[in-house]
Design a protein around this ligand. Structure first.
Ligand code: 6R9
Length: 662
């Protein structure tokens, strides 16, 4: 029993899908039945969304688990599916990308123009000696060239590896080395927080430190000065001068499409490898199903960076394979002011918005009056991804952005899963604030105890996937053993048990509520063991965020002489809340009591710190590991993936002067 997670919170609010959306939904409840009756036939039907140069012989080869092959024998070209076929269908003049630069400049890219650019970039890469199977690093700001570069690689069968613009020399060099990449595509810089922010110097240093790079292609975005080496070529002097047609060749369904590095908890980053046919099938289907995309009328906007898997699957491959019109934004949400996101929604009449809980909580902190100033009536579906969304953040999103009309899809997935796995369907599911609800059709997820037994409704434990899925990672680049150990060795056949079932363990904790709906509870590494109870960070954080004075909270377990671990909370107050002196002390006491009342005395934080910011990764995930270091007064571990390194100095100095509560 002590191995499963406590279920402390309960939620009774529920929102049925809007009638009109349900009546016209792309996907209905029937999909669950079809997939339930024959999962592989269901995925074969979804694969028909794509154009295949050669049809597959077998949907799934799972004879050598955990190494899956999907659509065996099939051949297709990804770029053809994302670009050419829409032009051939007569939609060349349709806008693919409404691009908005941070300083307010903008560009419109139609599908025909995208085809020209992708063809030119494919021709240039070929001229530079890049052939199918080679690796190309992409280190770019959020500009249309980022999508063009990815599609050009896919078009010629080169494997791309995108690294967040703004990652350090170290992070970039390690990734170049691990992938043994031949070319880097970068820019002079990009705009962030109202200023040009250089990228090229990082590339120069990383290239100098590594052996494999032969050429560096440089997009001119900011016009800032750059140092030049004999490996460098301007994008506008090569790609933009290259031949405008390119004949796309088909590749095997299992041809490597991209490597995306995730930091992992320790040591060397893991190169997550995705391949062609299964990946595009599932990203295309889920984008159509989960967002109910109507390509003729919708304007879709995913606010992610392309350096995150969300940018790969739901800016580039999913939306473009579906012929969507989308918005792409270069900069930060508070440049020139805190209304920027809503101004963009209003300007382009965005109808589907996909963003992250970190942004929603930031907007909550900034105040309700900001979105209230804009016309957001074009919105019809809202999505969330990246972290558990606290019920109160969900309600805020519904009320102040969706204006109580639009459904919210909370989508759970990972770099490793490649595409959305658990989510409501906007025309089918009655949603509960804070719950990702159920696995999508064709996906089998479960919550199990440490013996791999399904927990009953009302119970918590480990989130696992019981059947392979089309967009699953195929391995860790160059390290099959680590792939097996990291994802397949905790439960089932890969754990050395007598089971023959291969079970993928995602690293997340979850619970099933009384109705069987799924609630994600954060990474199991973050679970706190307090007086023999396994308490999830998410539940305590959500209890804090449910207090009207709190915008955001991060909770960690710190060693405690009496309880084993004690709960330490870092809390960001909402904009209008008084936190100085006695008011701050009183708020802290009130918050401790609030958590105790909401979840029970076992979850009462020992200590609460009021802070202005939390340490986050570039994709907005809270780095609890660093907060644990602070709470236990250790020196900080690896900070290379931290978005803003000054945040930790502020929090640490606050911690050293704070006194412990009882
Ligand atoms: C797409 C993405 C994966 C981890 C995942 C989980 C967390 C993502 C979530 C969520 C709760 C959601 N996560 N979506 N937790 N609810 N809707 O984020 O990929 O960057 O690899 O992170 O993010 O912990 O395991 P990635």
């Amino acid at each position: 029993m002590s191995e499963t997670l406590e279920n402390l919170s309960s939620e009774t609010r529920q929102f049925p899908p809007p009638a009109e959306l349900a009546a016209n939904a792309n996907v209905t409840a029937e999909a669950y039945e079809q997939a339930g009756a024959d999962r592989l036939a269901f995925w074969a039907t979804q694969a028909e969304r794509l154009v295949w140069a050669k049809k597959w012989d077998q949907v799934l080869d799972w004879s050598n688990p955990p190494f899956a092959k999907w659509f065996v024998g099939g051949e297709l070209n990804i770029a053809y599916n994302c670009v050419d076929r829409h032009v051939e269908a007569g939609n060349g003049d349709k806008v693919a990308i409404h691009w908005e630069g941070e300083p307010g400049d903008s560009r419109t890219v139609t599908y025909s123009e995208l085809l020209t650019s992708v063809s030119q970039a494919a021709n240039t890469l070929t001229d530079l000696g890049v052939v199918a199977g080679d690796r190309v690093m992409i280190y770019l700001p959020m500009i249309p060239e980022a999508a063009v570069a990815m599609l050009a690689c896919a078009r010629i069968g080169a494997t791309h590896s995108v690294v967040f613009g703004g990652f350090s020399v170290d992070a970039l060099a390690t990734r170049i080395q691990d992938a043994a990449a031949k070319v880097v595509i970068t820019a002079d810089g990009g705009y962030r927080r109202g200023k040009p922010s250089a990228l090229k110097p990082t590339v120069d240093e990383a290239v100098a430190r590594t052996e494999s790079i032969e050429h560096v292609l440089v997009v001119r975005r900011t016009g800032q000065d750059v140092a030049w080496t004999e490996k460098d070529k301007w994008w506008h002097e090569t790609v933009e001068q290259a031949g405008t047609t390119h004949d796309a060749q088909p590749f095997d369904a299992e041809h490597p499409l991209f490597i995306l590095y995730t930091s992992g908890t320790t040591g060397k980053p893991k190169g997550i490898l995705h391949t062609t046919g299964g990946y595009l099938t599932q990203t295309s289907y889920t984008h159509h199903a989960v967002f109910d995309l109507k390509p003729e009328t919708d304007v879709y906007w995913c606010t992610a960076d392309i350096g995150w898997v969300t940018g790969h699957s739901y800016i580039v491959y999913g939306p473009l394979s579906n012929g969507a019109t989308q918005v792409m934004y270069e900069g930060t949400p508070d440049t020139p002011d805190r209304g920027r996101f809503w101004q963009i929604v209003d300007k382009y009449k965005v109808s589907i918005l996909y963003t992250a809980p970190t942004l929603i909580r930031t907007m909550m902190k900034w105040g309700d009056d900001i979105p209230a100033k804009y016309d957001l009536s074009s919105l019809r579906v809202l999505g969330s991804v990246g972290e558990p969304i606290n019920p109160e953040a969900w309600m805020w999103y519904r009320e102040h952005v969706g204006r109580e009309r639009t459904p919210i899809v909370d989508t759970w997935w990972q770099t490793e899963t490649g595409a959305i796995m658990i989510s409501p369907l906007p025309g089918v599911t009655a949603t509960k604030p804070g719950s990702a609800m159920t696995a999508l059709p064709g996906i089998s997820s479960d919550v199990v105890d440490d013996q791999a037994q399904s927990v009953p409704d009302g119970g918590g434990g480990f989130l696992v996937l019981r059947e392979p899925w089309p967009s699953m990672l195929r391995t860790i680049w160059g390290d099959d053993k680590r792939f097996l150990e990291t994802y397949w060795s905790r439960f089932g056949a890969g754990s050395g048990s007598s089971s023959t079932e291969w079970i993928y363990f995602a690293g997340d904790g979850a619970k099933k509520d009384e109705d069987g709906a799924l609630w994600l509870l954060g990474r199991v590494d973050d679970v706190m063991l307090v007086s023999g109870h396994n308490i999830s960070t998410t539940e305590v954080e959500s209890a804090l965020v449910s207090h009207p004075s709190v915008a955001e909270a991060a909770v960690v377990g710190a060693t405690d002489p009496t309880t084993g671990q004690a709960i330490v909370a870092f809390t960001i107050p909402r904009g209008n809340v008084e936190t100085e002196g006695e008011a701050g002390e009183a708020l802290i006491q009130e918050l401790r009591n609030h958590v105790s009342k909401t979840l029970g005395p076992i979850a009462k934080p020992r200590q609460i710190m009021l802070v202005a910011e939390l340490p986050k990764t570039r994709s907005g995930k809270i780095m609890r590991r660093l907060l644990r270091d602070v709470a236990e007064k250790r020196s900080l571990g690896d900070v290379t993936t931290l978005q803003d390194s000054t945040v930790m100095d502020l929090i640490s100095s606050g911690m050293n002067t704070a006194k412990s509560e009882d």
